[in-house]
Design a protein. Structure first.
Length: 320
């Protein structure tokens, strides 16, 4: 088990990867020698010299051939054992010096996920893509509202994690939705989340972002919606039940008033639709109740898994 593992997913970052590796190696060498602290670069089918330059700079280079950042993170988390994980992009937009505060939060303050908060510092001034700015704010507000949390930067690629987080996190996303998934997982599982303000600088000239503002933004919003349904089923299906119930009552009231006044029901099709809509509302409510119970059972199993992981972590630490 490494003491600190810096994980850098990369795709065509030859202009910056050498500097990024050197910067992080300079930071983590203060925590131990190369046997304890390592920089891992996971190359995701780069067509340039990313892998060669990273290896030359002293990083351990591995490969993930299935395209997508989520696929890279899945392999990194599966293969690496460490007391503290730092994940950063290879585009030199995050200062390596900020990793020290993030590492200390994991090793000394028992943080499970440390969020490198760009939005509270220089992000809006450095980033030249206005729709990215809007999307980051929208995603942050949506998640904090839906899940009652206070994460300052949902989409940041600069984070630190504990062993327990990494080994209990089921990676389901394939692409850039992975940051959203990490954040919601930490919130739902009541993990210790720490926000750390970090400076941000835009990509250097010639370095190109792989994030598509519109298609990847849409995937992120779909991920939020899907995870909200999965993690808060009673709220999701309960809200749906209320909406359907109100629609049914809204159309039924005029029919009822007409029946009281005339003793006649002239709009039978509307009455039938009201009945089916109310049945759907009742079904939705009870579906939410059943799924909420299943979720609670899964939460119990997760807590038992955390106990097992803690015992494994303690045993591996002693063997060091």
């Amino acid at each position: 088990m490494d003491k600190i593992a810096v994980l850098i997913p990369c795709y065509n970052e030859e202009k910056t990867i050498e500097k990024v590796v050197n910067d992080f190696r300079a930071v983590i060498e203060k925590y131990g020698d190369d046997g304890d602290c390592r920089v891992y670069v996971y190359d995701n089918n780069s067509t340039d010299k990313t892998a060669f330059l990273a290896r030359a700079a002293g990083a351990v280079v591995r490969h993930e051939y299935k395209q997508g950042k989520g696929n890279v993170v899945r392999r990194m988390f599966r293969e690496i054992d460490a007391r503290c994980y730092v994940i950063a992009d290879g585009d030199d937009t995050y200062p390596a010096e900020s990793a020290k505060a993030m590492i200390d939060a994991v090793l000394e303050r028992q943080a499970d996920m440390v969020v490198g908060d760009r939005l509270s510092s220089t992000y809006f001034g450095e980033n030249k893509r206005p729709f990215h700015n809007f999307g980051n704010v929208l995603v942050r507000k949506s998640i904090n509202f839906l899940f009652k949390s206070d994460i300052k930067d949902i989409m940041t690629g600069y984070r630190a994690f504990s062993y327990q987080f990494v080994k209990s996190f089921p990676v389901l996303s394939n692409g850039f939705e992975i940051e959203t998934e990490m954040s919601i997982h930490a919130i739902d599982k009541n993990m210790n989340i720490v926000n750390t303000v970090v400076d941000y600088k835009d990509r250097p000239e010639g370095s190109v972002s792989k994030l598509n503002t519109y298609s990847d933004g849409f995937k992120v919003l779909c991920t939020i919606w899907k995870l909200f349904r999965h993690i808060r089923p009673l709220r999701f299906f309960g809200t749906l039940a209320i909406i359907l119930g109100l629609i049914s009552i809204g159309f039924f009231v005029p029919i009822l008033v007409e029946f009281i006044e005339t003793g006649l029901v002239r709009r039978f099709p509307t009455l039938i639709i009201c009945g089916f809509t109310m049945i759907a509302a009742i079904q939705s409510f009870f579906a939410g109740l059943i799924l909420e119970n299943i979720k609670d059972n899964n939460r119990e199993y997760f807590e038992l898994e955390l106990i097992r992981l803690h015992e494994l972590y303690s045993r591996n630490s002693k063997e060091e």
